[in-house]
Design a protein around this ligand. Structure first.
Ligand code: FAD
Length: 300
């Protein structure tokens, strides 16, 4: 199913993410984790890609297996930094052949010393326009409630998001955030800028204290003191931190749903137990979570 169609139904959706292995040695572990998350029957699952397209083969394989073997709609991430138009087209044709109907079109991080101006694609909007010019695959893009680190300010960043949408991006998925108020303000800014595509809220359950620094570095997110207190108090107790992190993420999701945000994506990071617990926590709030996509839509 195309995600544009799914979001068009305006029902609450819960989705999970997996990332591919860096090497073939870890592939079986990733496949097992993917299968366990897929068995939860989320509305869709995203499969990330590694920097420089090195893991693209796994991304495509996992995304194809999700729909073929588990009946779960998938979205394959695709970066374009350093990719030629010819290779991008080859990749899109491969994804089409595998029956993948959705991609998240990304620029990717620019490697040190790399001259992006010499590349076929300089921004995700250029990849988006390219995909839409050769395929009817559904294209989503990334957005940043706390501003992309390279942008001078949030208004400039949003003007580039608008270019991405004008190029054919059909929905946006946010970078992780830990303070819902930041997301609500950002959503208002997007709407004020005339960006009316569905926006999927990205929630990262922090289940280890060690993830905090990495998450802040990766996303530039600010951690609310309420969350830092949790890490201070429970960070040295693995089981307590995991439970508290899952509850914090669940509370964020409940607040989003209560405020009319329908699409929630959990950065489940190949952790089936975390995905399952969050889904269970929401079992009465999204009563149909876990029901197959087809049956689920019949409920509404
Ligand atoms: P862009 O949309 O191109 O934006 C990048 C920067 O360029 C922004 O600062 C923007 O304001 C600016 N910009 C855009 N257009 C213009 C223009 N015309 N002129 C001047 N400046 C412009 N990375 C991976 O490697 N693999 C993944 O699977 C992956 N998945 C992700 C999923 C999500 C939901 C998110 C939020 C990020 C993901 N990333 C992933 C990280 C992403 O690749 C980086 O954040 C990257 O630095 C930017 O990618 P982008 O697609 O947002 O780029």
């Amino acid at each position: 199913m195309k995600l544009s169609e799914l979001f068009g139904k305006k029902i609450p959706t819960l989705s999970f993410e997996v990332f591919p292995p860096k090497t073939s040695g870890n592939y079986d572990t990733v496949k097992t984790a993917t299968a366990e998350i897929a068995k939860l029957k989320p509305d869709f699952m995203s499969v990330t890609c590694g920097a420089g397209g090195k893991t693209d083969i796994y991304t495509a394989d996992i995304a194809a297996s999700l729909s073929r073997d588990y009946g779960v709609t998938s979205i394959a991430h695709m970066t374009c930094v350093g990719t030629s138009r010819e290779n991008a087209e080859k990749r899109i044709r491969e994804l089409e052949k595998l029956g993948i109907e959705n991609i998240l079109a990304l620029r990717g991080d620019i490697p040190d010393g790399f001259d992006i101006n010499k590349c076929d694609f300089r921004h995700a909007s250029e990849l988006t326009a390219f995909v839409k010019s050769i395929s009817d695959i559904c294209v989503g893009g990334a957005c940043y409630p706390e501003c992309h680190p390279e942008a001078a300010n949030i208004n400039e960043d949003i003007s580039h998001i608008k270019e991405k949408v004008n190029a054919g991006c059909e929905f946006l998925t946010t970078q992780m955030f830990f303070d819902n108020n930041i997301f609500y303000k950002y959503l208002c800014k997007l709407r004020d800028a005339g960006i009316n595509t569905p926006v999927v809220a990205g929630i990262m359950p922090i289940t280890h204290a060690s993830q905090v620094e990495r998450a802040v570095k990766l996303s530039g997110s600010c951690m609310p003191s309420r969350f830092l207190d949790i890490v201070d108090r429970f960070g040295s107790d693995a089981a307590a931190m995991k439970q508290a992190g899952i509850i914090y993420a669940t509370e964020q999701i409940i607040d989003l749903l209560a405020n009319g945000i329908n699409a929630v994506h959990v950065y489940s990071m190949n952790k089936p137990d975390v995905a399952a617990k969050i889904q269970e926590n929401l079992s009465c709030i999204i009563p149909s979570a876990g029901v197959s996509v087809q049956d689920r839509h019949a409920l509404f």
